[in-house]
Design a protein around this ligand. Structure first.
Ligand SMILES: NC(=O)C[C@H](N)C(=O)O
Length: 321
């Protein structure tokens, strides 16, 4: 049997419905210490914290990262499974993907329905994650998300539905693999980039969604409140309304890096349009173009880039990959 480390962090997978029909945190995690799982692997469980995932902070993510490093340095674990709330699951998965230098499988999973609700998916997803962590093909694929019989890369996966159990999807690219009753099938190989291992949890990066009439003052807010970087979910292929440009220029003049992603959930931003606020204009002003990440992941990537002192061309290259 493979030796796995399981880290429980909270979320709906650890919760249950009370008599009033509200979903609440349990004293004891319902997927903890289960005999169904013990037949699949030799499991060591830790509970670094038990929180709903909207409470997850950069500092929690870093605690998780440090716990993993500490544990794999002291014991010969062959895989790691993390149970997590779904709201920010993709952020923790991506953060670990950017910063962990490991080849053993690291897999996040969770649930959309709490443990005693009809059709609860937590235990099923947990078993699927354990099976995937035990599979030799799951090695060296970066951090993975297992949910609803699919295996997704941390880079591409996102929560797409408020309540459906098939909420995790990878726009543009699809899942890396699927899980059947008896087998795990990978059909794509992810591109693996070299992790950057320094994390400075004091770095502040803001995220803003563009819209028509976007006010320059919203961008100036980040300057006035000492943000170290800003991510903008721009319009379409990477364009902004002229009303926002004075604020953008103030940020760039103050050497605050501004990364552009799109508020479209498919596709990649580019410097095509040559009009005021168009991608070409933004490129000339010094904005950094990202490579198809969503806003919440670009924010984490900029935090990691700044933690590792990447500047100018290095920063641009990091966001190209
Ligand atoms: N399905 C879930 O886990 C959602 C919950 N609000 C959480 O992220 O903790």
């Amino acid at each position: 049997m493979k030796k796995l480390l399981v880290l429980h962090t909270g979320g709906t997978i650890s919760m249950s419905e009370n008599p009033d029909g509200r979903v609440v945190t349990n004293e004891v995690n319902p997927v903890s210490d289960l005999s169904a799982v013990k037949n699949l692997a030799d499991i060591t469980e830790l509970n670094p914290f038990q929180i709903p995932s909207p409470h997850m902070s950069l500092s929690h993510m870093n605690t998780l990262r440090k716990t993993i490093i500490e544990q794999i340095n002291t014991d010969n674990f062959e895989g790691i499974v993390i149970t997590h709330g779904t709201d920010t699951l993709e952020e923790t998965a991506y953060f670990l993907n950017l910063t962990l230098n490991v080849s053993i499988p690291v897999i996040l999973t969770g649930a959309m329905r709490s443990s005693n609700e009809i059709g609860a998916d937590g235990l099923y997803n947990y078993l699927a994650a354990i099976r995937t962590a035990c599979d030799a093909d799951s090695k060296s694929k970066g951090v993975l998300v297992v949910f609803n019989d699919e295996i997704h890369s941390a880079t591409n996966v996102t929560k797409t539905h408020t309540s459906n159990t098939s909420t995790f999807q990878s726009p543009n690219y699809g899942p890396l693999g699927i899980i059947t009753k008896n087998h795990i099938y990978f059909h794509h190989l992810p591109v693996i980039n070299r992790p950057l291992v320094k994390v400075d949890t004091t770095i502040k990066v803001g995220l803003l969604t563009a819209h028509s009439d976007l006010d320059a003052e919203l961008l100036e807010f980040f300057l006035e409140h000492d943000y170290d970087g800003v991510v903008i979910e721009a319009l379409g292929q990477g364009n902004l309304p002229p009303s926002a440009l004075a604020g953008l220029d103030k940020l760039l003049t103050a050497d605050i890096p501004v990364v552009l992603v799109s508020r479209c959930f498919n596709g990649i931003v580019s410097n095509n349009y040559h009009y005021e606020g168009g991608g070409y204009d933004l490129d000339q002003r010094g904005v950094i173009f990202s490579n198809g990440l969503n806003g919440q992941k670009a924010r984490l990537k900029l935090i990691i880039a700044l933690s590792n002192n990447l500047k100018e061309e290095q920063l641009k290259n990091y966001f190209r990959k």
